[in-house]
Write a protein that binds this ligand. Structure first.
Ligand SMILES: NC(=O)c1ccc[n+]([C@@H]2O[C@H](COP(=O)([O-])OP(=O)(O)OC[C@H]3O[C@@H](n4cnc5c(N)ncnc54)[C@H](OP(=O)(O)O)[C@@H]3O)[C@@H](O)[C@H]2O)c1
Length: 205
């Protein structure tokens, strides 16, 4: 819901999906109570409705359910830009360890189970608390990977609509393996140093 709120705040009409309409409604009520008109473009729905009606579909489930969710909605996702933002990882005490999924990446698995979808990997490494807090002026780069150049461009444009987030094309979808695994590294650094890190690629114009 954090990205949904950011995108609604950036001017997008956002359908906030859930496996349960009641849970989606409750989440949207809570976001409206916190952010008021800033999230007025956010409407609750089931995942089915979001998959059918959304032009760009962001898969933002807990990582364990990501691939099954993509498989379940594969027909509706065919032909659409589908953003994969989950990371497979496990918390081990005060550190996070990446889990390397079969095929190297969850995003690659999503593309395999939803063959018509134009899958793009993005947003994995953004810190959750800041993303969900619209009062925070998030500043940094967003690595974007995908095999469909037009779909990557669409996600880059969407990212750039969120103030001070800069999209950075990072190659084919298989490169999402590196981004997903890197997130476990960044989360570990965050815990150790009590920070909420953002990426910034030095040297870009
Ligand atoms: N939050 C962020 O800022 C952020 C930043 C970077 C990456 N990510 C990644 O984006 C994803 C979403 O983040 P989040 O913070 O919104 O996660 P979350 O609150 O933990 O989970 C999002 C939703 O996933 C659904 N879900 C849980 N288990 C599922 C399953 N087995 N199958 C299908 N759906 C399931 C639940 O919705 P329903 O029960 O209502 O269906 C839950 O509310 C995560 O994978 C996270 O790693 C998040």
């Amino acid at each position: 819901m954090a990205l949904a709120a950011r995108l609604a705040d950036a001017g997008y009409e956002v359908i906030a999906g859930s496996r349960s309409l009641e849970r989606a409604e409750a989440a949207v009520v809570e976001l409206r109570a916190t952010w008021g008109d800033r999230v007025s473009r956010l409407v609750p729905a089931t995942n089915e409705t979001a998959a059918v009606e959304g032009e760009i579909v962001v898969l933002a489930t807990q990582w364990e359910g990501l691939v099954d969710t993509a498989r379940q909605h594969a027909e509706a996702l065919a032909g659409k830009v589908v953003v994969s933002m989950a990371n497979a990882l496990v918390k081990q005490g005060r550190q996070f360890a990446a889990i390397i999924p079969e095929g190297g990446s969850l995003s690659v698995q999503v593309a395999a189970v939803a063959p018509g979808a134009r899958v793009v990997a993005a947003y994995q490494h953004l810190p959750a608390r800041e993303l969900g807090d619209l009062a925070v002026d998030m500043h940094g780069d967003v690595l974007v990977c995908g095999d469909d150049a037009a779909a990557v461009e669409t996600v880059c444009e969407m990212t750039a609509r969120m103030p001070r987030l800069r999209p950075v094309g990072a190659g084919p979808l298989v490169n999402a393996a590196g981004v997903e695994a890197l997130t476990a590294v960044l989360l570990t650094v965050n815990v150790r140093h009590k920070i909420h890190s953002m990426l910034e690629i030095v040297g870009l114009p």
